[in-house]
Write a new protein. Structure first.
Length: 159
């Protein structure tokens, strides 16, 4: 399926006129057709039936994920990097590999798992948290221990 090109301040007819099928070279393209329905595979049918059961509330209040949803390896760093020898690998070889996390806590956990895979000595740096305010009561309102527990989005953790 092709998404129509976006033309700034262009009308629908301009978008359609600039799509790939309207290009002069379209007749030179080799068109391939899909002949095997991948959605009809046995594993896919089981998954679609399971999703239908959830939608029809046949499974009750508790939904149990099928075993296929669980990987044998529960460590995300090992799932991504697998058998890579992180002691000899260059940084450019890891380019394009990333683990997305929903929360900062999950991100910190995954970062720590990756650090455990590295053979080098780990150096821990701690942030210096302090309140800069003219009101001395702010220091009591926001103690250093509280500031150390925060990890704002886009900021590294305290340790």
């Amino acid at each position: 399926m092709q998404v129509s090109p976006v033309l700034p301040k262009g009308s629908r007819s301009l978008s359609v006129a600039s799509c790939l099928k309207k290009h002069n070279l379209w007749s030179k393209f080799i068109k391939l057709n899909l002949i095997k329905n991948k959605r009809a595979l046995e594993a896919e049918r089981k998954c679609s039936n399971w999703l239908l059961e959830i939608g029809e509330v046949k499974s009750g209040d508790n939904v149990m994920l099928p075993d296929i949803c669980y990987t044998s390896e529960q460590n995300p760093a090992k799932q991504l990097y697998g058998d890579l020898n992180l002691s000899t690998i260059m940084a450019k070889e890891l380019k394009g590999q990333a683990i997305l996390a929903l929360t900062n806590n999950a991100s910190i956990y995954i970062n720590n798992q990756v650090l455990l895979c590295l053979p080098r000595k780990t150096i821990v740096y701690e942030a210096v948290d302090d309140i800069v305010s003219d009101d001395p009561s702010d220091r009591l309102t926001f103690p250093v221990e509280f500031l150390d527990s925060l990890t704002p989005t886009g900021m590294p953790p305290y340790k």
